[in-house]
Write a protein that binds this ligand. Structure first.
Ligand code: DX5
Ligand code: ZN
Length: 219
């Protein structure tokens, strides 16, 4: 995957679930690039969000790609159902499965973008062998499970490591970062190598989110 500018991905975890269509339409009007959908199973992370039906219903109401971030144990059990539900990008945690390469291949084979995710305590080297298979590598900059947490500062160093690893493997995977992204740290995160910024609280609680999107795009 190639991109010339930073892509902005609002995390709908911070949206009002009771008016999801309106919330997504509001972000669309701000010029965001993809919709980031956090799927949590209450086992891999201590929180539960939504599953296939939410993804397929959202799909009916937006033309933007759906970036589905699976925070579920044994993602191999459900990837095909998320693909059938309309995921355009499907990412899962390497900590949640013993066969990440096979999961990446099965997603790719279905014709959508695939990606591996690492949590804050997982070494970046966990992605060394996976980079050639990935369209996206997602670095968590908070512990997965909740929106609105504080950015973990060593994520900047970890993003630089990931960029080096990506380049060393000759992969063209995009580097995505998720958790605690704000107007204050976005430029440093982009400098460290991030291609895609996920932002939940920062965008959904803003009075003028379009200005933030514009700012992120110009990094
Ligand atoms: C956390 C989720 C994130 C989160 C981001 O487990 O994967 O996508 O919602 O929200 P903010 O930007 O508020 O940290
Ligand atoms: Zn996420």
């Amino acid at each position: 995957m190639k991109t010339n500018r930073i892509l902005v991905a609002p995390s709908i975890l911070s949206a009002d679930f009771g008016k999801m269509n309106e919330e997504i339409a509001r972000m669309e009007r701000c010029g965001v690039d993809v919709i980031h959908c956090d799927v949590m199973d209450g086992i891999f992370v201590p929180n539960i969000t939504f599953g296939f039906k939410m993804i397929s219903d959202i799909k009916k109401h937006t033309s933007l790609p759906l970036d589905v971030h699976l925070m579920i144990d044994l993602p191999e059990r459900y990837v095909s159902r998320f693909i059938d539900s309309g995921a355009d990008w499907l990412t899962f945690h390497v900590e949640a499965t013993e066969k990440p390469a096979a999961v990446l291949e099965s997603i790719k084979k279905a014709g959508i973008k695939c990606g591996a995710v690492i949590s804050p305590d997982t070494p970046t080297s966990a992605l060394t062998d996976l980079f050639p298979l990935c369209d996206i590598a997602l670095l968590m900059s908070v512990y997965p499970g909740f929106g609105g947490q504080k950015f973990i500062e060593n994520s900047l160093e970890r993003m630089r490591e990931l960029k080096k690893l990506r380049d060393a493997t000759g992969s063209s995977a995009l580097l995505e970062i998720d958790g605690g992204i704000t107007e204050t740290n976005a430029a440093r995160v982009a400098d460290a190598g991030a291609d895609i910024l996920v932002a939940g609280n920062t965008l959904f609680s803003a009075s003028e989110p379009e200005k933030i999107v514009e700012k992120f795009h110009s990094l």
